[in-house]
Design a protein. Sequence first.
Length: 410
Amino acid sequence: MKNPLSVGIGFSKTGDGEAAAKDAQGMAEEKITFAIVFSSSKYDPHTIYKDISSVLTDANIIGCTTAGEICNLAKNTVTDSVAVLGIGGSRIRTAVGVGKNLSKRGEDAGIEAVTSAYQSLNFDPYTMFVGMMHKTPLDLVKMKMFMNIVIPDGLSRGEEDFLRGLVTAMDRHAPIIGGSAGDDLKLEQTWQFGNGVHTDAGVLGVISGGIKIGTAIGHSYTPIPEKGAAVTKAEGRVVYEFDNRPAAEVMKELLEVDELTFELNAQKPLGFKSVDVSNEYVIRSISTENPDGSLNFFSEIPRGVYFNVMETDKDRLEQRFRNTLRKALADAGNPKNVGAVAVFNCIYKHLANVRCGCNDFDIIWDELGKEVPVIGFNTYGEQGSTSGGAVGHHNQTSSLLVIGNELVSQ
């Protein structure tokens, strides 16, 4: 049986988007109809998009600027590059939606993105019908008719509201995976690609077509015994008090330091148990300390949770990433033929890899071989569901998407 997808990948260390797109198209052979693009913020995003779209003229294009690009052709995470993953095939159906002014209208932006994407999706119900043939009810309940890839602005502080809008418009069971756009830690402005070039936006890419596709999220952290406190006063991403005391004061005591530095916040995040059935630790990282002794975080912190200070090491980084990849493969139905993998890796997780001497490609290649196209980027936050199904905006996490080059009926 002919593979349902044609997949190609291209890469340029010099920011040549046109060359990367041509390489992806040449490898794919069939016409590319969906492309994922990740680019260094070093390059003009309008030029990158123009050059790539001039080659992939019939493709829906999503992507963003990053804090580092991930591509199997580079063999490691790199900077100052452009990576393009292209997918084609007669069965695949894709669409793109964009929610604008994310920082000011996060939930409405999510609804806008969903409405735009799904109204433009050229859905083929016959493909779904064929995929259901000869499948058991247990197989069918695991099927994913639509996969939703999200790329919000990583400086908008609106990711949680964007997700709320998505879930409101689609349903709480809709699979969601993605990462927040970056700008190489300049923290000035990020750009999103969504059939055009945007900023302060949330992009949604939809994939359908009866193919095996799966997701998973995971982190490498474990709690430090007797290092924790309760969140007694918080609002959104700001924690005012731990144990009814100023949050910064409590954190400094727990970590036995006088200052909460960037490096310390990266190495010692906080974790609290998810309220869903997974009972997994959810990771949150401190951003900055405020003059009133409160702390800013990169994601929302619910009042009333008990957190632990977390830590990791090389063995955990490697084993937990392997476990997350295996979960994504299982969620896709364990396809024998993997078409592509997308990796949304927290920039802090990347820094931990560097600190501990880890390369995620060693694990990917060990599990899948070196021929599978891999694309991704270092994010300013990751979106996805715990194994218990709770959708969230996370820190210090790897969010993985596995696209099988097999029909669900196989």
